[in-house]
Design a protein around this ligand. Structure first.
Ligand code: ZN
Length: 106
């Protein structure tokens, strides 16, 4: 938990978000400013600075993030050809925790 991190606050319930699905270690929620009709962020429940750090420190967790993203995409016809994108840096928010995004492919 990082008190300055927007995503940690969402996981903790301090900031409201529309949760799509969550597991013991991963949370998926709707982006508050969607870049597409469906725009879902998938993040680890514990704080990591970026996805590379997740992979280095907990490869199984990285797998769980993509598995949940895939599960959500399969359950939503708008995401039939979904694209998963990993942000290295999210300059637009003051949160270094990097989510996996799933949005429909153009
Ligand atoms: Zn965080």
């Amino acid at each position: 938990m990082n008190m300055d991190c927007l995503f940690c606050k969402i996981v903790n319930g301090d900031i409201p978000a529309e949760i799509v699905k969550n597991t013991e270690r991963v949370t998926a929620f709707k982006d508050i400013s969607p870049q597409a009709p469906v725009h879902i962020l998938v993040i680890p429940n514990s704080h990591f600075d970026n996805m590379a750090e997740v992979s280095k420190n907990d490869a199984k967790l990285a797998g769980e993030i993509f598995a949940l993203a895939d599960e959500i995409a399969k359950g939503n016809s708008a995401l039939n050809k979904a694209r998963a994108a990993i942000d290295r840096v999210l300059g637009r928010i003051a949160a270094p925790n990097i989510p996996t995004e799933i949005i429909p492919a153009p």
